[in-house]
Design a protein around this ligand. Structure first.
Ligand SMILES: Cc1ncc(COP(=O)(O)O)c(C=O)c1O
Length: 490
């Protein structure tokens, strides 16, 4: 335990981007405080360095006999195994493969796979809190999508409402193909009981697909090995760029028997045994058959490196640490008059990870996010975080629009300005000091609301811009200038 905590402390400060400096609107150059980890996390140095070391040996994994090809292949294979054990997926029953740059490609792919696996079932249940990436792919590929509402705690939504979920399963019975559910909301950070949901799904012959985009970096995952096998997860997807390795691929972990019941979604090099002009045979070997084309080898190895580091610390320890930070932030934000937090805030009723979304009463989300950046050098996300139905549901009473108007297509530009929140989100490198900086900034914004408002202008595009502070970010970093400087030094 001591050793693990020691690792944790060392790793927390071993990230690229923790010392980035920017000049604020008041002319002071300060350290950027990164509270946008739910969008993308910063890069773990260990992963960055592992990728850099690999480049000396970089080669295509489809080459076989030269030294570098062997090294690249061995390490690429290790990356798959490492991720399977990270999510506790039995390697005899599950495979891991990499796709695209995030979770979205994986969810689209699995929606098509599940559709074809249980062709006679045409209904998918998703929660109302899903990111669009775990809603739209099912609408487009898999059939009729039914949205399950959330538990209500004195007007604040919590996690998925299990009673309604069961009622919908009962109502549609044999038509339900699968439940697609996020493990953790990217808006409120609220954690869903995915193993209970799996048990319920399986009792109706339905499958479960878990969107693990906000889980992998924050809490332990156990896809298989439950005493009751019905609690196992059929498939899970997560993003490398949200797991401390920007540029790495998304990972899919799925039951092999589902995948092997059909031809892989994508075909091409690397996944066939024989190709003749008139026919071809797909290999039975996992994960090769699911990975057509040359994969993102450095990205996958970098991702597995970060995962390995997280596992050496222990995801239970990382989760405990984060819960403490989130609790502290929630408690402090709750004490601020004029700031409203969305979603159930009692972590004992509804545990959270990673994200807290809020608004300052009487100020638009875009204005608050701009002031946090310009005057406090705090990076946050605002608007609807690709979860429009969920965000609108939580702010509906604050909007001047009826439910019907919101569902209609043409809502004026004012809607975009009003409909949204500010999100502060955390990663393993986030500290109590970061939370204190956020609290200090919010107090300042609440106290100087009018003064700040007068400094900004709202553009036709719905974006707040400072009237006199117009930093030229291309002077901070610009790829073309970087190339010119680099060439000049050669
Ligand atoms: C819960 C959740 N699911 C899916 C996604 C989509 O992930 P990606 O952008 O990696 O495809 C995100 C991204 O924010 C997310 O937070």
């Amino acid at each position: 335990m001591e050793k693990k905590l020691e690792y944790l402390r060392k790793i927390q400060s071993d990230f690229i981007g923790l010392d980035t400096l920017y000049t604020r609107a008041d002319g002071k150059k300060t350290r950027r405080i990164y509270l946008d980890s739910t969008a993308s996390t910063l890069m773990m140095k260990a992963a960055h360095n592992a990728i850099e070391a690999l480049y000396d040996h970089y080669a295509n994994t489809h080459s076989l006999l030269h030294f570098s090809a062997k090294i690249a292949t061995e390490n690429y294979n290790w990356a798959h195994d490492r991720i399977l054990s990270f999510v506790n997926a039995d390697p005899d029953k599950y495979t891991c493969f990499f796709t695209g740059s995030g979770a979205t490609t994986g969810i689209n792919r699995l929606a098509r796979v599940f559709r074809d696996y249980q062709k006679d079932r045409d209904v998918v249940l998703v929660s109302l809190m899903e990111h669009h990436s775990n809603d739209l792919p099912h609408r487009k590929h898999a059939g009729k999508v039914v949205h399950i509402p959330l538990d209500n705690h004195q007007g604040q939504p919590g996690c998925i409402n299990m009673e309604v979920l069961e009622q919908e399963l009962e109502a549609h019975k044999d038509r339900i193909n699968y439940i697609a559910m996020t493990g953790v909301s990217n808006v409120t950070g609220i954690i869903n009981p995915i193993y209970d949901i799996a048990e319920l799904a399986h009792s109706y012959g339905a499958l479960i697909l878990v969107d693990g985009a906000q889980m992998a970096a924050h809490l332990p995952i156990k896809m298989s090995g439950h005493k009751n096998p019905d609690r196992n997860i059929d498939a899970l997807v997560f993003s490398g760029h949200k797991t401390y390795v920007p540029g790495s691929p998304g990972a899919i972990i799925c039951r092999k028997d589902i995948l092997s019941s059909m031809e892989p979604e994508e075909v091409g090099g690397g996944m066939v045994d024989q190709v003749h002009v008139s026919r071809y045979t797909v290999t039975d070997v996992f994960p090769d058959r699911e990975e057509a084309g040359t994969p993102n080898i450095p990205g996958a190895i970098g991702l597995a490196t970060a995962i390995d580091v997280l596992d050496r610390i222990g995801m239970d320890i990382i989760f405990d640490e984060e819960i403490n930070l989130i609790n502290s932030a929630l408690t402090k934000i709750k004490q601020l008059a004029g700031v409203v937090i969305y979603g159930e805030t009692d972590c004992k009723i509804c545990p959270r990870a990673a994200s807290i979304s809020f608004n300052v009463r009487g100020m638009d989300h875009g204005l608050v996010a701009a002031i946090l950046n310009d005057y406090h050098n705090i990076a946050v996300r605002n608007e609807c975080f690709c979860a429009h139905p969920y965000v609108k549901e939580m702010i509906i009473e604050e909007l001047e629009y009826s439910r019907e108007e919101i569902e209609s297509i043409d809502i004026d530009a004012n809607f975009k300005v009003k409909a949204g929140m500010v999100r502060a989100s955390f990663g393993i490198y986030s500290t109590e000091k970061d939370v204190e900086a956020l609290i200090y900034a919010l107090k300042d914004i609440v106290a100087r609301k009018t003064e700040y408002s007068l400094l900004y202008q709202l553009g036709n595009d719905g974006i707040y811009r400072h009237k006199s502070f117009t930093p030229d970010t291309s002077k901070v970093f610009n790829t073309e200038s970087y190339i010119s400087n680099y060439l000049a030094k050669l």
